[in-house]
Write a protein that binds this ligand. Sequence first.
Ligand code: SF4
Ligand SMILES: [Zn+2]
Length: 284
Amino acid sequence: MMVLEDLEVKGEEGSKMEIELKEKNENEIVFIIRDAEVPFVNAIRRIAMMEIPKIAIEDVNIVKNDSAMFDEVLAHRLGLTPLFSDAEAIEGLVFSEDCECEDYCPKCSVSFTLNKTGPGVVYSKDLSSTDSKIKSVYDTIPLLKLKDDEDVELEAVAKLGFGKDHAKWIPTTVCSYKQYPKITFNDELEVDYGCAEACPRGILKADKRSKKIKVNNIENCSMCKSCVRASENKYVDVGYEKNNFIFRLETDGSMTPEEVLLKACDVLSEKTEKFISFCKGGRT
Ligand code: SF4
Ligand SMILES: [Zn+2]
């Protein structure tokens, strides 16, 4: 697998893609990509959402459900409950379509059971897994509500899948990029302080002492152009830098954002290798 430092690659002659980390926490990463092309950045985005293996509940055998919630709705909620799917957790698991079994087996699936009696709310932590590494990421996702003496009893089977097949296998909750904003002022015109007042994000700040408008945290500019519309003399203009991007990726907790990115790079690299091999006349 690639490491984060490997993400620096040479582009067109004289250009070298650069990545600058802006923010990072457990579930979210924001970084700036400089000197890249839209198709490349978009390929990473699409692969991160659609082609990273993740485990999610696929089949639910409901033995008893006395609650007011329909079985189908309960199954849907279980499917969308994020389960730990990092490389260590899913190591050794195969896709069910590649497995020799007929329906499901320990090689291609992980079973959960849920047995609760009301009254009370049943949470994701109540799902008991046959695999200690694969369990609900969050303990407090409400699944259903049981009244006095109502029971729920079910078995749920989690399988590997891809986001392109169902949203429950998408590991990202946010995966987007925007071109880097570019704000320019026409210094030949009189300073129009009104454009700063029109900015809903506080990006533009009027500095009457220096007779200038200052730009704060330009990466937070949504390119809404409210400032441009408010400036009668067209003092300000907002555009974007064609080859520079701000990329934001947030996961549902099933794996870290770095893991999603690294896997996306591996998938893109594999696809590219196939193309190279095809072009060289080899087998794909
Ligand atoms: S484009 Fe919108 S967010 Fe950006 S500086 Fe202008 S008003 Fe503010
Ligand atoms: Zn199997």
